[in-house]
Each structure stands twice: as C-alpha cells, then as structure tokens.
Design a binder for this molecule. Sequence first.
Ligand code: PGA
Length: 255
Amino acid sequence: MTRKKLIAGNWKMNKTSADAVSLARDLVAAVGTAPEVEVVICPPFTALEAVAKVVDGSLIKLGAQNMHYEASGAFTGEVSAPMLRAIFTTHVILGHSERRTLFGETDELVNKKVLSALKNQLKPILCVGESLAEREAGSTLKVVQTQTERGLEGVSKEQASTLVVAYEPVWAIGTGKVATTEQAQEVHAFIRGLLTKHYGEAISQKVRILYGGSMKPANAPELLAQKDIDGGLIGGASLEARSFVELIKAAAAIA
Ligand code: PGA
C-alpha cells in the first residue's frame, strides 16, 4: 500500500499575519497545484484566517498548532475546534513537545484534544517523541508507546484512519541534530505496529507517520525513502518558501 506523502509546516510563534500571507502566496505559486504530495501549513492563530483566503482553491491545506478540547466557554486565551473549522482549518497539531514541556500538557489532556478534534472533523497531527535523557536511558520505545496509546485512547477504528502521527525526538527539534534514518525508521515501524495492534493492519497502513526534528532539504530524501516515514513535520525549514518547497519536491520525487 502506498501512502501519499504529507509535508506539514509548523510555523510555531513566527510571522505576523502580513508575513504569513506573503509566505503562503509564495507557496501557492510554487506548489499549490502539485497533487503528488499533501501539503499542510500551520501558521499561528492570528494568521489562520488570512492564510485560509490565500490557500483557498489551491491544494495546500491549513492546520492549527494547538486547540482547547471544549467547544466554547470560560477558557480565557483558548481557541476551540469549531472555531478552527469555521475558518477552514482541516488539521491541528496536538501534543507537540513544546506544548508538553513548556506548557505542561499531559497525555490525558492531549487525548481530550485528539477526541475533540476528531469529533469536529479536524485531523489531528499527534506528536510523540522521547527526550535525550530518555533515549540515553534506553526508554525511547516505552515513551513513544505511552504517548501514542494514551494520546489515542477512545479513538475508534473509523476515526483512526484519518489520523496523522508525528515522531519528533525532542533532542532533534530545532537543534540541527537529526535522527539517523535507522533510528527514525525503527520508531516509525514501532508506531505502525502499535496502530496495527489497536486498529488492525488495514487502518495502520493508511495512517501517515511523519518525522520531525531538524528535517532539511539535505537530509529529507534519505528519511523520506524509509518504508514507514510518510512525510515530515517541519519547523525551521518551513519558515522560508525556498527550503519548504525543496522539501515538498523531495517528497514528490519519492511518491
Ligand atoms: P524543527 O522543528 O524542524 O525546527 O526541528 C520541528 C517541529 O518542532 O515540529
């Protein structure tokens, strides 16, 4: 089974609305009609609506970087799934390691968000990954298993096929240190095995598992050629059209 490669840009807390529109325009011009690869860009909340207008009519999809699990209410500073849906957002990054480490998000909280996203027809990009200390202690697979299984608790078979999982070793994020292809493929295959255990082979073969952590045009071809690496969640290299377009082309070359 061949899964369509997915390249997602996580812009994090970068770009004003005007800067985001300008980058989105460049991306639409360069890859907005290329069908071989699925492309998702995740600007900050303040730029989502403006970017939605730019990508409208192109093949580029829109993602958010976080959300609250409730639909509405007294949650000052938060944004809900229905609010994101109303401005044409289709994907949402959940459980990013920066949310987990800097904002104290637990597996339980991430799970509530995953369930709420799915209920509202948003596709979660569930991030999992070990810290350097955890890798050195030999607990990488255990950490990834806990984050994946707890994050997906209560997700039905039917919902599972729309999921995206991103394996992002925390020590590789924004550090320039990329996991070796063997390290990445090992964990990706392990995650697919977990999905098979819970949802069966047919579903697990449909789920895209992205690699994230210092993915760049130079290291992408080798990573993307691995059997269970179905794309990338790109931070730094997604902030500039040239490098992000090169990554999309690298994925298209393998597709
Ligand atoms: P990076 O970030 O590509 O800058 O390492 C990836 C991510 O955090 O999603």
